[in-house]
Design a protein around this ligand. Structure first.
Ligand SMILES: Cc1ncc(COP(=O)(O)O)c(C=O)c1O
Length: 428
């Protein structure tokens, strides 16, 4: 047994005990840094995916996963993306670095898509980011640079990664009331009252549309009321737009962004092309920051690019180049909007199908919030114990909160799904 500082050479055997590093008794003491770590808690969704995969029941249904699916259960590459990718491969002549801000043509097209024709260009800066998550992470860094003591107010509940992502970056977080889990409505009055207590300069994170996890969005009237509080309290809106085109259409889904941009001096907008272009793994998104004047915009622009350099240096190119081709070519753009419309309409019709089937199979329970919600997600509105029974007895998988991804519903499985839900909630 060795007692001195071990040295592993030659052939990486300990010169004292002749053991390999893993067998040498001193290895543990040689690695004090990583040995201090504990296993990180597993991501709930990843655990659910593994359980679903290992379930041998043919009738099993996955309502947990966070991606769009067709009626065949596939998450396909959009046809228009395939065509744009081919054009890209044929025409691309360099893989040299792009700058920290990404491609100017992509940024301009995305800025127009998000902010519309009346985009306040002289006060806005938009950069390309690695997905919506990358955008949120850079936004957190900018908040810490500009106003480290401010809090970001997040809806209760919010997307499962908002708190770990923003909080993990070092930003202070505070909750504001949003979803009433009993009655399946937005707690608008409590939300307004909560935000009215926020100190000047705090930041309010809003979901542009298809609120994840509840699927319920503020009406235009409610959004105007929230804007009034934001303006009155001198707060800074921070809009996360991960589902543009999944609720109503590209323009109406951008109402929150555009209304706020027209009424506030400063704001932050994170967008993602993961869902609406189906480019999940290619990591495409943007971060836009609206400043009070063009001089500040230039300073913000220099800071955000400097910050990116210290995190991932430059964003990935491929997916953004594809999006740019699509948005800047009228024919490709039209075809994209058609495919996007198809995805949106499938989600809406699956919501209606499930609600209709539940009305028939469990008339005493009200699931009408399913059709009031938009986008991929909403709460089914059952207890964690019922979620567990659905999984055990029927092979129906969803996260404990009963948030479901309606893209997992098909015409083939909806009857079995509704029967399983009815049997589970009625066996109480
Ligand atoms: C509300 C919300 N914001 C941001 C994201 C991040 O998307 P991305 O995959 O582009 O990082 C998601 C993804 O599910 C989301 O639901």
């Amino acid at each position: 047994m060795c007692s001195e500082t071990p040295a592993f050479e030659p052939a990486f055997l300990c010169v004292q005990c002749a053991n390999t590093p893993t067998k040498c008794a001193l290895t543990e003491r040689r690695n004090p840094v990583f040995n201090s770590l504990q296993t990180a808690s597993a991501d709930a969704i990843l655990g659910l995916i593994a359980e679903y995969r290992d379930d041998s029941r043919a009738e099993k249904i996955d309502l947990g996963v966070g991606v769009y699916r067709t009626s065949e259960g596939k998450t396909p590459v959009l046809g228009v993306v395939k065509r744009a990718e081919q054009m890209l491969i044929d025409g691309q002549d360099s893989k040299a670095y792009i700058g920290t801000a990404g491609a100017a043509d992509f940024n301009a097209a995305m800025q127009a898509l998000i902010f519309g024709d009346s985009s306040p260009d002289d006060r806005l800066t938009t950069i390309q980011t690695p997905g919506g998550s990358g955008s949120l992470r850079v936004a957190a860094g900018m908040i810490l640079r500009a106003t480290p003591n401010a809090s970001v107010w997040v809806s209760e509940p919010t997307w499962a990664n908002h708190v770990p992502l923003l909080g993990g970056a070092g930003v202070n977080l505070k909750p504001y009331p949003y979803y009433d889990t009993e009655n399946h409505v937005i707690r608008v009055d409590e939300m307004l009252a909560g935000l009215a207590t926020a100190p000047e300069g705090d930041i309010v994170l809003l979901h542009a549309c298809c609120h994840n996890p509840s699927g319920l969005d503020l009406s235009e009237t409610e959004l105007r009321a929230v804007t009034d509080v934001i303006v009155e309290r001198k707060l800074v809106p921070f809009v996360d737009m991960a589902y543009q085109g999944f609720a109503d259409d590209l323009d109406r889904d951008a109402f929150a962004v555009r209304h706020l941009a027209a009424n506030v001096a400063e704001m932050i907008v994170s967008s993602s092309c993961s869902k609406n272009f189906g480019l999940y793994r290619d990591r495409v998104g943007t971060l836009s920051i609206l400043s009070a004047d063009s001089k500040t915009r230039d300073i913000v622009n220099s800071q955000v690019n400097n910050l990116v350099r210290t995190i991932y240096s430059v964003p990935p190119d491929h997916g953004a180049a594809v999006v740019s081709l699509i948005l800047n070519d009228p024919e490709l753009r039209r075809d994209w909007i058609n495919e996007l419309t198809e995805m949106r309409e499938r989600l809406q019709s699956m919501r209606r199908l499930l609600n209709d089937a539940l009305i028939e199979k469990t008339p005493n329970r009200d699931f009408s919030h399913l059709v009031r919600a938009t986008g991929m997600f909403c709460f089914l509105g059952i207890s964690a114990a019922e979620v567990a029974r659905l999984k055990k007895d029927y092979g129906v998988y969803m996260v404990d909160s009963s948030r479901i991804n309606v893209a997992g519903i098909t015409r083939q499985n909806v009857d079995y799904l509704a029967t399983s839900i009815a049997a589970t909630v009625e066996s109480e």
